[in-house]
Write a protein that binds this ligand. Structure first.
Ligand code: DOR
Ligand code: ZN
Ligand code: ZN
Length: 430
């Protein structure tokens, strides 16, 4: 069964602009990318007319929370992957802070099987570094890898013991697997929920210091140097972390990093009040930190954009800033947010943004996807770059709608998403 996407445009790096193409998908692969001057003979193939739309390799999000198993009232694999598809993502890597945590081969298999049956995008599961993510005992890395885990992380919490982290890195390195780290020193953050900065000062709150993140980044960069492991830093949010990652990269440590859209577009000074939709971990930092992570993404110190999609129920978020859980949903606003704030303002090229959401995560995690080339897997996103629309959280495909971006007027909305040659989201059909 073949599918033609006709009259679309792709980013052309050589000319720094758009180029018209017709793309034929067959047997789960991009079979042909033809110059778009004339309409091809499509025969009996299914046809999508992408006139006036952008075609991109499907977006890849290496940091998401699907909440399945255990917290299905927030999200599950069916709703989470539909939310991803609606945001243009075709591959997502899910975090193990579920209930039970992903610390046995059975739970890895549960996720892969459930996605096979109910999911609509590719799901790559991470497994926990320590049993139940308690930081006390390593999981069985070999069995978890064998079951299909693609890396190890205790995301949601930092690995507090340096010895535990060193043991994890040594073992991961020996089996050619990456360690992915949520960097946070618990002794510096206890009971705190916003960062040190203007918002904390104005509201008489003690703030989370930047060092709580950077202390782990520095410690782990040293351990990564000593062990030779591929070490990936989650959701970088501070100037100090950026400085350490830049230094470690410059001396050849195998360190990579990610940043979230909210840390690129929001600072603590944007928080409108005690509203838990502005509460996430790491917290929104100062404008100076925001500038640092932007520059780090621009110069390659930070390799990719991830959403840290973290759904929570309305009831949980209504508990108020202090008591509500950390986290915001991210799939359905990521691209329009960054396109509007960085590409339409002339700060980034479209090609740069697409690369940080496709080819770069694929390079870092050695995935076969993330390329719009003949022979590559048929994972594509079709985007209406001219469409401007206000964010309406009530229309999210996610089961949750905890976002600070409600009402924001954004431009550049995904309209169709194709995974392995199959249309899994089509706005026209919704
Ligand atoms: O904001 C966050 N939400 N940060 C985390 O580290 C965990 C995540 C979650 O699981 O809700
Ligand atoms: Zn985290
Ligand atoms: Zn996370």
């Amino acid at each position: 069964m073949s599918l033609w996407i006709i009259n679309g445009s792709v980013w052309d790096e050589a000319s720094g602009g758009l180029r018209k193409v017709n793309v034929r998908l067959e047997d789960g692969k991009i079979a042909e990318i033809a110059a778009g001057e004339q309409t091809p003979e499509t025969g009996s193939a299914e046809v999508i007319n992408a006139a006036g739309k952008l075609l991109s390799a499907g977006f890849i999000d290496m940091h998401v929370h699907l909440r399945d198993p255990g917290f299905e009232y927030k999200e599950d694999i069916a709703t989470g992957t539909r939310s991803a598809a609606k945001g243009g993502f075709t591959t997502i890597a899910c975090m193990p802070n579920t209930r039970p945590a992903v610390d046995t081969p059975e739970t890895v298999k549960y996720i892969l099987d459930k996605n096979e049956n109910e999911g609509v995008v590719r799901v790559l599961p991470y497994a926990a570094i320590t049993k139940n993510q308690l930081g006390r005992e390593l999981t069985d890395f070999a069995a978890l890898k064998e079951a299909g885990a693609i890396g190890f992380t205790d995301d949601g919490v930092g690995v507090q013991s340096a010895q535990m982290m060193k043991d994890a890195m040594t073992l991961a390195q020996s089996m050619d697997m990456p360690i992915i780290a949520h960097c946070e020193d618990n002794t510096l953050v206890e009971g705190l929920f916003v960062s040190e900065g203007e918002f904390a000062r104005k509201n008489g709150l003690k703030g989370i210091p930047n060092e709580s993140e950077a202390i782990h980044v520095g410690r782990d960069a040293l351990l990564a140097e000593a062990t030779g492991v591929h070490y990936h830093v989650c959701h970088v949010s501070t100037e100090q972390s950026v400085r350490l990652i830049r230094l470690a990269k410059s001396i050849g440590v195998k360190i990579t990093a990610e940043v979230c859209p909210h840390h690129l577009v929001l600072s603590d000074e944007d928080i409108p009040g005690m509203d838990a939709n502005w509460k996430m971990n790491p917290p929104l930092r100062t404008p100076r930190d925001v500038q640092s992570v932007i520059e780090a993404l621009e110069d390659g110190t930070i390799d990719m954009v991830v959403t840290d999609h973290a759904p929570h129920s309305a009831e949980e978020k209504a508990r108020g800033m202090q008591l509500a859980p950390f986290g915001i949903v991210g799939f359905e606003t990521a691209f329009p947010l960054l396109y509007t704030k960085f590409v339409l303002t002339g700060k980034w090229t479209l090609g740069f943004l697409l690369k940080r959401m496709t080819a770069d995560p694929a390079r870092v995690f050695r995935l076969p996807t993330g390329r719009l080339e003949e022979g590559a897997p048929a994972d594509l996103t079709i985007i209406d770059l001219d469409c401007e629309r206000a964010v309406d959280p009530s229309t999210f495909a996610s089961r949750s709608n905890n976002t600070p971006f409600g009402g924001w007027k954004l431009q550049g909305w995904p309209v169709a998403t194709i995974v392995n040659g199959k249309v899994v989201y089509n706005e026209a059909a919704n």
